[in-house]
Write a protein that binds this ligand. Sequence first.
Ligand code: IMP
Ligand code: MG
Length: 179
Amino acid sequence: MDQDIQEVLYSKEYLAGIVEELGRKISEDYKDKNLLMVSVLKGSVVFMADLMRAVTIPCSIDFMSVSSYGSGTKSSGVVKIIKDLDINLEGKDLLLVEDILDSGKTLQYIRDMLQQRHPRSIRLCTLFDKPDRRTVDITADYFGAVVPDAFIVGYGLDYDEKYRNLPYVGILKPEVYEK
Ligand code: IMP
Ligand code: MG
């Protein structure tokens, strides 16, 4: 896999530092709340697993799966629910955990849909933010790092379901998806 990476952006150690800091902030902000962390599968699963252990207050977790991408590198804007939440959102302070906020279409759709189930609050936490590519009006309440407009993989992020298991994050060589 390493040979398909053009440049390493974030090492394993650097990512651990980012996640630790986010966990500290979230623990502080939610200490008197009823935190429910919802991971949007599958990209955020590695981030979620580390972030929940960096959170030091009681919380519950749930998962939801949507598809917006197919195997391309750009959002189609069509979001399909593959797996819905198990937990009832009433009275919960929901924190949506995403891998990357790109066009924003996926998170906007999910947030608007979950808002209708009357959680007490909803906030967004994304590991990476690509603000240059935003097409809808959405900002993350918590983000780990702002990334350049390039296609990145690793630490949960995939291209065509591969590279999620890379322990670091890097830019994928364009020839991998152009061929
Ligand atoms: P959005 O709807 O355009 O914001 O797309 C968000 C989703 O697209 C993320 O959850 C990722 O699954 C995927 N995505 C966007 N940019 C990248 C990238 O650079 N690498 C891998 N996946 C990406
Ligand atoms: Mg993906």
